[in-house]
Design a protein around this ligand. Structure first.
Ligand SMILES: NC(=O)c1ccc[n+]([C@@H]2O[C@H](COP(=O)([O-])OP(=O)(O)OC[C@H]3O[C@@H](n4cnc5c(N)ncnc54)[C@H](O)[C@@H]3O)[C@@H](O)[C@H]2O)c1
Length: 433
């Protein structure tokens, strides 16, 4: 691998070219990809450890450094490394700033940040300053100011960032990208997505119930928009010829929360958050997008994806699809036929020996996109501009609700570049290992 200085310099140059021509870049062979990359992981909780175990399966990755403020979490990482038979890594622990020692290591080319959401932005900016290629859990930032801080630091330092939204790499989401590429839905005018989880309240112990309630009811805002909207943003080619222009959010009453108070003798403030928050986004290409945040209630697990165009409708939650040219009038058929027909080539390579479940495989694909981009030091499929654009939904929805659903304008983090970039990037031609 090049020295860090030339690595970062190349990134600035390629970053500026690639932001205009991402598809050419992903299919090109002019890039000099390194054979191996050295990665450090900061934050070894559930997400960090699951990414570590996938990275340890790869021949093209050396996990050279691990950090967690909690010593026990680092020990779990060391154990994973030992069990894999790979070389020992540098380890850092003890306090919330220990990650700075990891970032100071010249051996580390790229870092993955999987710490809690309040802590990530500062770590990412320090990683940019240290010249590292950054992979970061979602959401990337918590306020409009933090989104701008991230962009400013990226533009000053030239380091790249990818948000690790694995749902965008789910098999059905990648098949949908193929359908959109083939123009199956015609002129698309509407999308829907939602954050719906089966919280299993009935069988929760008091500790888990308290944890969930405190986290999910912390704010009257769509606090977790990335799930679902990252895939939709990719479908709608946001920041690549299209952009989010405005949003408005409405909130329902807190009937579910009041019931929880009654059933479990809790004393939650029903004023702090409503049960369901619904955000409507308008895009520059005159499309509407509805995001339902149902993280405050018990629900059916789903991303609630719907794509509606002039010649077809796909309603994923109902596993139904109607394509005008192929079905008589408006008659829905099972979407499985289409999902099979448009299956993405990366999923056809699904290797049971590499990973076990589909959910691990989509994480593997997301990590793979990160690693390939880091090896070439090119701007990744979900880059820093996407990170800010998706993260800013939460604070904007907060502002909208506080102002009775008033329309909020999205900042243009790309300073106008969105209008000149073209192409849906997740259909990249990066090969899986
Ligand atoms: N991509 C996804 O599908 C997905 C799913 C769940 C959560 N998430 C995101 O990932 C984040 C992490 O989730 P998790 O379930 O792994 O959380 P977790 O609480 O299990 O792990 C976080 C780890 O970070 C460590 N940490 C905290 N501050 C630190 C610091 N300053 N330096 C080093 N380590 C620090 C903690 O000790 C802990 O071990 C969540 O906040 C969420 O935003 C993403």
């Amino acid at each position: 691998m090049d020295s860090r200085r030339s690595f970062v310099k190349k990134g600035v140059l390629l970053g500026s070219v690639l932001s205009l021509t991402p598809d050419i870049a992903f299919g090109s062979n002019f890039l000099n990809f390194s054979e191996k990359i050295n990665i450090g992981i900061i934050g070894l909780g559930d997400q960090g450890l699951s990414m570590l175990s996938l990275l340890l399966n790869r021949k093209d990755v050396n996990v050279v450094a691990l950090c967690d403020s909690d010593v026990k979490s680092v020990e779990l990482g060391i154990e994973s490394l030992k069990n894999s038979g790979k070389k020992a890594a540098f380890t850092f622990s003890g306090n919330k700033q220990s990650y700075l020692d990891l970032l100071a290591l010249k051996e580390v080319d790229a870092v993955i940040i999987a710490t809690p959401h309040q802590t990530r932005i500062g770590i990412a900016i320090d990683a940019f300053t240290a010249g590292k290629f950054v992979g970061m859990e979602v959401p990337a930032a918590n306020s409009v100011e933090e989104c701008f801080d991230l962009i400013k630091s990226h533009e000053q330092n030239g380091s790249q960032l990818m948000i690790m939204d694995d749902l965008m790499f789910r098999r059905d989401m990648m098949a949908a990208m193929n359908m959109l590429k083939e123009n199956v839905f015609g002129d698309v005018f509407h999308f829907k997505c939602s954050y719906q989880r089966n919280q299993n309240i009935g069988s929760c112990d008091q500790h888990n119930l308290n944890n969930w309630v405190v986290n999910s009811h912390s704010k009257n805002a769509d606090v977790y928009p990335t799930s679902g909207i990252a895939a939709i943003a990719n479908f709608a080619e946001i920041n690549r010829g299209n952009r989010f222009e405005t949003l408005s959010t409405q909130v329902s009453k807190s009937a579910f929360l009041n019931q929880l108070n009654k059933d479990y003798q809790l004393q939650l403030n029903a004023e702090s958050s409503g049960d369901v928050l619904t955000t409507v986004i308008k895009t520059a290409n005159d499309q509407s997008i509805v995001i339902a945040y149902e993280g405050n209630v018990d629900s059916v697990k789903s991303m609630g994806i719907k794509i509606q165009g002039s010649t077809g409708i796909w309603d994923r939650q109902h596993q139904s699809i109607v394509i005008e040219s192929e079905t008589e009038s408006v008659k829905y058929t099972a979407d499985s036929v289409y999902l099979e027909k448009y299956d993405h080539k990366n999923w056809k390579d699904f290797d049971q020996q590499l990973v076990v479940t589909e959910s691990e495989y989509m994480k593997h694909l997301s990590l793979d996109a990160f690693i390939q981009s880091a090896k070439g030091n090119i701007n990744p499929v979900l880059d820093v501009y996407d990170a800010a654009t998706l993260a800013v939904i939460a604070p904007l929805s907060d502002l909208s609700i506080a102002n009775h659903g008033a329309l909020q304008s999205f900042p243009d983090f790309t300073s106008g570049a969105w209008a000149f970039s073209k192409g849906r990037k997740a259909n990249h031609r990066i090969q899986t290992v």
